[in-house]
Write a protein that binds this ligand. Structure first.
Ligand code: TYD
Length: 406
């Protein structure tokens, strides 16, 4: 692609990670055959400043009955979604006939709290594997991709509009935002809100968190680009809150144009992004130079540890780690296996890099010398609960915000 997926403006390419596999494409150990690869590269729109992938991966290859990721896989995230639900129950969902829709509800961790409070809800989740878990947990889910036609069907079937359309780590996955906004328009009550939270471009740049860049993350939102996107589709950004989860996100609250007064958070973050020239090509080129340095530092450290005969394993077979392993060329000769709690990843091989994924029990049996923390966004939680690893002399390798041993 050479033009912006949202506004048709000219895209300036600034970062190329080479060919990359599907980040959640974990392979059977006896897998033989071709893996899907695509060119992972970034561009920024000269017109609306949206940072986006240059190439789009067909959605059915990523989100299907094999999708392994579970939203409730971390205690911090479970708490985050519980608090999010309680916040909505106090603010947007107070009327007795309130109706809430979550796009990409995954295993239903947020909707569970709404269901417990007796609120009418619906999850729209295209990945059957996780939608089934939500359903088993008593959540109402439809297994579909959300788009304009889905929204119209829901609106008709429910016979009432939604006060809230919510999406966590979902909207940045969807290239066709025009259809999403038309769907929200069809579904949302006049005074309802569309709230979504996704990784924040400023955090990615500041922390050199290049592993946020992979097939599923099509857009890298900033307050400037989301504000322009909302306006383009007849909506208005009325609130922008920074969140600490997943390495730094922003929660965007969007209302129909003129329905709510934007609070000061929007102007404040717009001004901050302008002053620091967040979407300027110079800034983004400098970010990519930091990415290259981070890669070189990590590879050098791992090679040095190997030369010293140290045992290194990975911790967290994250989608993010697909970019790190494949961009840095890290295979099982440098990292012998990756420990992960997700049942559908265990016993398989990481995409592209083919490192075996083992259950958590393998991590302490025996402890390695070093653990490369691929799930760095959960560092606090993991380092605290794995205290015995450190007591046994183990050390963590982190690569965000820079390569270090702690
Ligand atoms: P996460 O960083 O949330 O997202 P992504 O896959 O989108 O990059 O993934 C965390 C992964 O780490 C997930 O596969 C579960 C795993 N994990 C553990 O193995 N142990 C843990 O204690 C935690 C918190 C996560």
């Amino acid at each position: 692609m050479t033009s912006c997926r949202i506004c048709g403006g000219r895209l300036h390419e600034f970062g190329d990670f080479g060919t990359q596999p599907l980040s959640s494409g974990f392979l059977e150990p006896d897998y033989i055959g071709d893996e899907y690869f695509f060119r992972l590269a970034l561009g920024v729109c000269a017109s609306c400043s949206m940072v986006q992938l240059m190439e789009e991966v067909p959605r059915h290859l990523m989100f299907n009955g094999h999708y392994p990721y579970l939203s409730s896989g971390s205690s911090v995230m479970r708490k985050h979604f519980e608090q999010t639900a309680q916040h909505f129950l106090r603010t947007e969902l107070t009327s007795p006939d309130a109706f809430a829709v979550e796009l990409g509800c995954n295993d239903g961790i947020m909707l569970r709290a709404l269901a417990d409070a007796g609120v009418r809800h619906l999850g729209v989740e295209p990945s059957e594997s996780v939608a089934d878990i939500a359903r088993r947990n008593g959540i109402r889910v439809t297994t579909e991709f959300f788009q304009e036609s889905t929204a119209t069907e829901i609106r008709e079937a429910e016979g009432r509009p939604a006060q809230l359309v919510y999406a966590a780590n979902t909207i940045c996955h969807i290239p066709y935002v025009d259809s999403i906004f038309r769907g929200v328009d069809a579904l949302l009550a006049d005074d309802g809100v569309f709230v979504f939270e996704d990784p924040y471009l400023a955090d990615i740049v500041d922390k050199t968190a290049y592993d946020q860049i992979y097939d599923e993350h099509f857009y890298f939102f900033s307050v400037t680009s989301v504000s322009a996107m909302a306006q383009r589709f007849g909506f208005e950004l009325v609130k922008a809150e920074r969140l600490p989860v997943h390495g730094g996100e922003v929660r965007y609250t969007i209302a129909r144009q003129g329905r709510r007064t934007p609070d000061s958070s929007v102007a404040a973050l717009l001004a901050e992004e302008k002053v620091r020239r967040l979407a300027d090509l110079d800034t983004l080129n400098a970010f990519f130079r930091n990415v290259e340095k981070s890669r070189d530092d990590l590879v050098e450290l791992l090679r040095q540890l190997k030369a010293e005969g140290r045992r290194v394993v990975g911790y967290g077979a994250t989608a993010k780690s697909a970019t790190v392993a494949n961009y840095c060329g890290i295979g099982r000769e440098l990292v012998s296996f990756v420990s992960d709690t997700t049942p559908n990843k265990q016993g398989r091989l990481t995409p592209g890099s083919h490192i075996p994924v083992r259950p958590r029990s393998a991590f302490e049996n025996p402890y390695p010398d070093y653990a490369l923390l691929f799930a760095w966004n959960h560092a606090e939680e993991i380092i605290a609960k794995e205290i015995r690893f450190r007591e046994a002399g183990g050390k963590w390798i982190l690569y965000v915000p820079h390569v270090q041993v702690v």
